[in-house]
Design a protein around this ligand. Sequence first.
Ligand code: NCD
Ligand code: ZN
Length: 347
Amino acid sequence: MNTSLTLRRPDDWHLHLRDGAMLAAVAPYSADFGRAIIMPNLVPPVVTGDQARAYRDRIRAALPSGAALQPLMTLYLTETTDPADVVAAHAAGVIAAVKLYPAGATTNSASGVTDFDRVRPVLEAMAEAGIPLCVHGEVTDPAVDIFDREAVFIDRVLDPVRRATPGLRVVMEHITTSDGVAYVTENASNMGGTITTHHLVINRNAILAGGIRPHYYCLPVAKRETHRLALRKAATSGQGPFFLGTDSAPHSDRAKLAPCGCAGCFTAPNTVSILAQVFEEDGALDRLEAFISLNGPAFYRMAPNEDRIRLTRHDSAVSYPTEIAAGDETVTVFDPGFPLFWTSEPA
Ligand code: NCD
Ligand code: ZN
């Protein structure tokens, strides 16, 4: 017999919607979320309040009528970001956060920060105004092994930046290690940690064992199984500092299936179904609402969504698109590697 569950409408605290034909193709798949923190790593990146406002208009135009989604914009922090522009864009309700990419860390991050002293005035203004800093937590030092880059980032960058700017509220995004879980847990008074759907499901074997599988390659790269289990425990704990940021990051199959393929998993179409199944498997369905609908707004000092979604567990597996069209391209949807039984709809 089908069972169902009603939850407050979830939010996505880390989402890539891109622009142009890709935006038009992918935005509808996030339309049932209440709010989403929109990543600014376009080409060129979204660096000013005016650019964020214009991008927000393009997103709204790409959403189907009746969509719930409210885009919460971010600015891409560069070494020339103007603190006054950040504070004004936040006061005007255009941006909800600022995004820090270490230069070269991931897709379209060439304009990111190399010298952290140069962004100190911006971070200080943000601490003062209560504007959260969302952090891509990986060092880019070529001497550091890619599987260690998150743990090294905590010691070399994140902890020093937080100590130098007391009061700055930081989200360590898409954490992939037990080190990330521990650091966020220890500093939960002014930190949050987002966890993606895919990092709850795959470890690094999914990318590399039995053949190379580019659709599982994302950044930060999935780590070994012990880390995946630490993330599962953190997410399903329902604890305050951890909340959903899907990091749904669509790329065309042409860009993924190349000799130097792009990083990113496109999870928007099946994220909620996968999460329901993960929490069910871990006996934590009663904590799903905390992870997807409550802990995020609490960190961002916003009210949880008032309206609800209904999750239904079906007796037989449900279908979802395995790929979608975007202009002349196709984009492959994340395959969790197991059949899905849950669907969700506005209640
Ligand atoms: C993201 C993208 O494609 O923009 N890729 C990814 O693997 N997650 C960038 C990012 O969030 O690191
Ligand atoms: Zn991302």
